[in-house]
Write a protein that binds this ligand. Sequence first.
Ligand code: FAD
Length: 518
Amino acid sequence: MVKELQLRVTLKEEGHHDILVIKSAQALGVDKEDITGVKVLRKSIDARKAKIIFNYKVAVYIREVMPKTSEYQFDYKDVSKAKPIHIIGFGPAGMYAALRCIELGFKPVVLERGKNVQDRRRDLRAINQQHFVNEDSNYCFGEGGAGTYSDGKLYTRSLKRGDVRRIFENLVYHGATDQILVDAHPHIGTNKLPKVVQNIRETILKYGGEVHFETRVTDFIIKNNKIQAIQLNGNDEMPADRVILATGHSARDIFYLLHEKEIALEAKSFAMGVRVEHPQHIIDSIQYHCSGERHELLPAASYSLVQQVNDRGVYSFCMCPGGFIVPAATANGEVVVNGMSPSKRNNLFANSGIVVEIDVNRDLPKYEQFGALKGLEYQKNLERMAFTAGGRSQVAPAQRLTDFVEGKLSADLNPTSYQPGLNSAPLHSLMPKLIGSRLRKGFAAFGQKMKGYYTAEANIVGVESRTSSPVCIPRNERLEHPQIQGLFPCGEGGGYAGGIVSAAMDGERCAEAAIVGL
Ligand code: FAD
């Protein structure tokens, strides 16, 4: 017999290795010895009150063997001789598009401008230490895309839970911990992600797909509004019939290329702001109602904040507990920050993007001349401002949180996890008013919601500008570009995803669409 139960476990009880069996036996009125297994289906922490509770949803096996295998089987086929589907970009969207092609019996041919995960590390070191950005290999570009050196948070708000489970199961199949199947807020961590990404590549190769690194797509050869071929690294042409374009939100050259070729694009609303960094113990003490260190069984605390300010949302984005701020620029001459954390989230800092919604139809009248690229140009200007204010390297401009809100230059800054370093700058006056004034009011409001959050011990670091794509590449109900037959805009770059999981799901959808009629 199998029974599903909800169990509440206190912090004190959580340490007891048998607690789920004991509580299940009590709840079901059976002998502890009759319970053959307890499978955790979901786990979350409720820290809203001083008494912290771990909530479990469990399946209790009574005198019945608990199965070990997953309900998901991935039916990968030998596709070495199958018809090709070309996939540009090997981020979550491209990786999952490729895996889905294999399941469907088509051969994925992946073209990725960046390097494999191992070689990519050297370029990340160069950004952090020499302040040199390799424009094809950085925190956004390379094997696994922007999701590889990240926090690997796997939350998604918008889509069907069933599909999410498939994405998670496939991550577990490729080496991610099965803890992600049960945690209410699952994450993998930047130390574990490269291996998962490498395993995905190995599956693709094993079943006869192709993955070409250091291969940038530089043009599309189109005849009679139909894709004929793609140009690689400015030279070779590769014939292609069905092309999934999964190049992410930072592939500006792709947006410019499509714009020049008069392939329809649309400006898309997005969000920009700064990253705020607190000592982790401050966030822990607020969220866990404690004064000293958090209890050893509790993970580094996170938060999620939102406030309407003058008709626009100001909200926290990609919060990384126990993490690092990283330089996420994709070109020299710009400073962009983002966040990542190791799986244990055991660094001393908590960082989060705090961003303001930008409505491209109302907020950018001075950028109208750029048409569909107006948001992109605005984003670029903010990143150049950050580069100049930081001192023209990857050093980022920063300010103490309280000084930013009060409009004062900081005499000095707090310690930081951001490796290239910080430079004190008057971000309150450098940020466009549209963003800066709302951020200042937003931070003041967050201080009311979370007592202790508004503190001089926190820095704000500029700029968090790559939250989502400022451009949408349109597609019709067949997921094909309405003007170009055979072109399937996909993932975050097209404007169809916001994060690892939604990009992966969109990759699967595009693979299913791209094979129709082949
Ligand atoms: P991308 O991941 O951007 O992949 C696009 C790929 O296309 C890149 O590998 C790029 O090199 C390649 N490419 C671009 N142009 C070309 C070209 N011309 N030719 C060939 N290849 C090209 N999301 C979460 O859900 N959770 C997180 O914790 C999280 N943390 C993040 C931390 C950091 C530091 C960053 C930068 C992002 C983070 N994100 C996170 C966002 C997440 O990574 C993206 O939403 C996701 O990767 C988008 O997937 P994608 O496949 O659509 O595009």
